[in-house]
Design a protein. Structure first.
Length: 211
């Protein structure tokens, strides 16, 4: 039986590249494509793939909150993260949220196919260099990265702020009040010892937390 794959990525060139690659393998079938988090959830209400490949950052609901939502609603669906980043902090957060695999988008075709097949068999798959860092990197500076002190909600709002969204836009996207967003922003800036929005953006870029 073929592995039915659902691709979720907001970049059309990435989806097209994956489609061309998958066409070379007889045991994998592209079932559907999603361009953002809301579109993905709509598809999952109608179809059930064997594997979901998920971009970590997309418009709308994305990142850790999206992974947690999918893992809660569809606990049997293996999620394979395809990220532009190979930082251990991001990989660790996605695995904790419910993903069963993690690859960076610069991995080769054989690695991607191996990851898809491994998850389809009920296993887990993490790109070798990321897995090595997770297993052996005991650098205290990494373990105590500033954003590791943030709650899941604070980290999500931090990423949205870093992407340039205003407090009002974040409140609308997360369906919470402006006051709640402002409170989270105040707390995260305190935890990270930031005094300006510019510092949020610089930190996020330096740690590859945004595209």
């Amino acid at each position: 039986m073929k592995i039915r794959l659902l691709i979720a990525d907001d970049h059309s060139i990435v989806r097209e590249g994956l489609k061309q690659l998958l066409a070379l393998y007889d045991d994998i079938e592209l079932m559907a494509e999603a361009v953002d988090g809301d579109h993905l959830l709509t598809i999952l209400e109608q179809q059930q793939p064997d594997i979901l490949t998920l971009d970590i950052l997309m418009p709308g609901l994305s990142g850790i909150p999206l992974i947690e939502t999918i893992a809660k609603r569809y606990p049997e669906l293996p999620i394979l993260i395809l990220s532009m980043h190979n930082e251990t902090q991001i990989a660790r957060r996605t695995i904790r949220a419910g993903a069963r695999g993690y690859l960076s988008k610069d991995c080769d075709a054989n690695t991607l196919i191996a990851g898809i097949r491994k998850l389809a068999q009920g296993g887990r798959y993490i790109q070798s260099d990321v897995a090595e860092k997770l297993a052996f990197d005991f650098d205290e500076a990494i373990d105590t990265a500033k954003h590791d002190s943030l709650s899941k909600r604070e980290f999500h709002i931090f990423c949205l702020l870093a992407r340039g969204l205003s407090v009002n836009e974040i409140a609308e996207e997360l369906c919470i009040s402006n006051k709640t967003v402002s409170t989270h922003k105040f707390r995260l800036m305190q935890k990270m010892s930031f005094t300006s929005h510019t510092e949020i953006v610089r930190y996020a870029l330096a740690h590859n937390l945004i595209k």
